[in-house]
Structures are given as C-alpha cells and as structure tokens.
Design a binder for this molecule. Structure first.
Ligand code: NAI
Length: 340
C-alpha cells in the first residue's frame, strides 16, 4: 500500500485556509500534519478545527520536522522562493502557489533550488489547468479540433464584494500584472504552446488611489504576441459587479472554444422582476474550489507515484518574466520584447 503523504502547510490566509482545509478533508493519500503562520492565534484556531498534530509560527522549524514529507506554500508571494529553497534543502517535496516570487532574481533562486533536488517533486499552483473546462479545452486543442491557435483572450475579474481584502493584499501582491495576469499569461502559453515574445501593457487608476501610490493600475490590460505568431489579450480588475468573472476564448484556424463567457455558477436561470439572469460564483474560492483540490491531489499523486508534474518551476519564471514586461510596458507606454 502507498504511504500517506504528511503535509505541512504555511500561510493560513484567504487561500492558505482553503488549501489547509482541502488537505485535511478532501485529498486522497494526504494528511494535514502541520501548519505554520506568523499569526499564532490563527494557527491555534485552524489546528483545533482540523485536529492538526504540529503547529508553528516559524517556517524553518516546521521544515525541520522529520515526520513531514511535503510542504505546501501559501504565504505572501515575496517569501515563496526563500521558502521553496528552505523546504527542498530540508528534503521535502514542495507545492507553491503562484506567483513563483515577486522578482526574476528570486525566481532564479527557486529554479536553482529545484535543480539541486531532482529527486523531489516541485509543483507550482496554476490551478486553472486543473479546472475541468480548461483541461477539456486543452485536450481538444491537443487533438487538433480547432486547428492552429491564433488568439487567446482572457479576462480575470474579482468581484467588488471582496475589494476590502484585495486592497489590504495589494501592497505585497507584486502588482496587478504579476498577481492577476499570471493566470492568463500561463493560459496563453499553455494553449498556444509558445512563449510570450512581445507585450503591450495598458491600464489606469479609475477608482482606487492606492494603486497610484503603488505605481499600479486598478484596471489593467495587455496585448501580447507569442514566438509562433499567436496573439493574446488580457484584461483584469477587482470590481466586477456580478461576482468572480474569469472568461477565456481560444480562436483557432478551424474553430473557437469559449470557457465561461457568462460565468454562471450553475445552469439555474432566475426569472423575476429584474428580468432573467444566472448567478455568478461569488468569489475566486468558490469558482476554483474543485481546481484547488485537483491541483493538490495531482501534487500528492506525483509524490506517491514517483513522477513529476506538468507545471514546472520554469513555467513560473517564464510567466513572471512576461508579467514584469507587461508592467514595464504599462509604465513606459512602449510595446516591449520579453527578455530571456
Ligand atoms: P493573505 O494575505 O490572505 O494570507 C497570507 C497569510 O500568510 C496570512 O495569514 C499571514 O499571517 C501569513 N504570513 C505572512 N508572512 C508569513 C511568513 N513569513 N511565514 C508564515 N506565514 C506568513 O494572502 P492570500 O490571498 O492567501 O495569498 C497567499 C498566496 O497565495 C499569495 O502568493 C497569492 O498570490 C496566492 N494566491 C493564489 C490564488 C490562486 O488563485 N492561485 C488566489 C489567492 C492567492
């Protein structure tokens, strides 16, 4: 019988709690054995909720626990590369949520750490690849059903209802292009099978002055071109009126695929005094609930089966590089080549 993978998870915030809950309740072959956060009360509360054996407020100490097989990193983005290195050096398998880190230099630190431990599983959390509809789109593209991919259009909009948490998170997010558009950039690379070559980032501050202080935009867009000539367009904001809206369109030479062009949470249509409507997913946690489970399940399956995940550390660097180029382009107003 295969060994149960004992996991220590760091970061118990918006997404960290979701991953901890999923590991404790929904991942076959995994156990939530330890948790870590600098907020001691949070650690205590989550440990009590899921009956977690070991609790920490210091990440190094958690990684030194010999009972743990793997570490799941859901701390703020600027800690990712350092924590990846600490965990791998301690002999653990590592899952890290996106982005890989907040600078390219730090992404390189993560690459080196992964290269130094080829026998360990490392996986980056691009969970959209594990959403049923996105995975089905990829299968159809790989089967040649829409011919050559010509254009990928992708929108990522958080709902206005979660803006308070978003504004708190903004200063350590790495900025809109790195925090939000990394998902769309990953999809563009994944669906076109090609690297992003040129970017033109656009955007503005339409509502929240905080973004001006951060030299960022509260509404941002980018047009990109890939090495193979395919095109991409992304748009992101945090104030969508009807819930979490993530929609993607893939136009090929022989057909088009659309994912969630109305982001309904189910097939229910509500007809009342306001007209006929569908309800959206209220937030990103509900939209990607199953994808978050699927990605950690894949990480655990890779450890148990002795295989490597499709998403690599190099995907993390390539996406961050493209995202930074978008930010630089937005700041300079110039279309830029993505440097390798
Ligand atoms: P958050 O700000 O809600 O939570 C961060 C947590 O980390 C807090 O509980 C904080 O006390 C803790 N923390 C801070 N410094 C720490 C340290 N040095 N060691 C241990 N714990 C520390 O952040 P959120 O939204 O949960 O994001 C966490 C990560 O997950 C980010 O990298 C973010 O980009 C990523 N994320 C990914 C999403 C996805 O869809 N894949 C969605 C949301 C976040």
């Amino acid at each position: 019988m295969k060994k149960v993978v004992k996991i220590g998870s760091v970061g118990l915030g918006r997404l960290g709690y979701e991953h901890a809950k999923n590991i404790a309740t929904s991942i076959p072959g995994a156990q939530l054995t330890a948790i870590c956060d600098i907020d001691a009360q949070r650690v205590k509360d989550v440990a009590a909720e899921f009956d977690v054996a070991y609790t920490y407020t210091n990440f190094e100490e958690m990684c030194a626990n010999p009972e743990l097989d793997a570490i799941v990193i859901v701390s703020p983005s600027m800690f990712h590369a350092d924590q990846i290195k600490i965990a791998l050096d301690a002999g653990k398998h590592v899952f890290c949520d996106k982005p890989l880190d907040t600078t390219i230099a730090k992404c390189k630190v993560a690459e080196k750490a992964v290269e130094a431990h080829p026998d360990r599983v490392f996986m980056l959390g691009f969970m959209r690849r594990f959403d049923e509809s996105y995975a089905e789109a990829k299968r159809r593209i790989a089967a040649g059903e829409i011919g050559k991919v010509v254009l990928v259009r992708s929108y990522t909009q958080d709902p206005r209802t979660t803006i308070e948490g978003t504004l708190k998170f903004a200063p350590h997010s790495g900025g809109q292009f790195l925090d939000m558009c990394v998902h769309d950039l990953d999809l563009i690379r994944w669906f076109t099978g090609s690297e992003v070559k040129k970017v033109w980032g656009l955007g503005g501050v339409f509502e929240f002055d905080l973004y001006r202080e951060l030299n960022d935009a509260d509404n941002a867009a980018a047009t990109v071109q890939c090495d193979n000539g395919a095109m991409g367009f992304m748009f992101t904001n945090r104030t969508h009126g009807a819930g979490c809206n993530v929609e993607t369109e893939i136009i090929g030479t022989k057909g088009t695929l659309r994912i969630a062009n109305v982001g309904s949470r189910n097939l229910l249509q509500i007809i009342d005094g306001a007209g006929a409507r569908s309800e959206y997913y209220p937030d990103f946690l509900s939209r990607w609930h199953q994808a978050y489970i699927n990605e950690i399940a894949e990480f655990v399956a890779c450890i148990r089966d002795g295989r490597k995940p499709e998403v690599t550390v190099y995907d993390g660097t390539a996406v961050s590089r493209a995202a930074y180029a978008c930010k630089e382009s937005f700041e300079s107003g110039e279309m830029l080549s993505v440097s390798s």
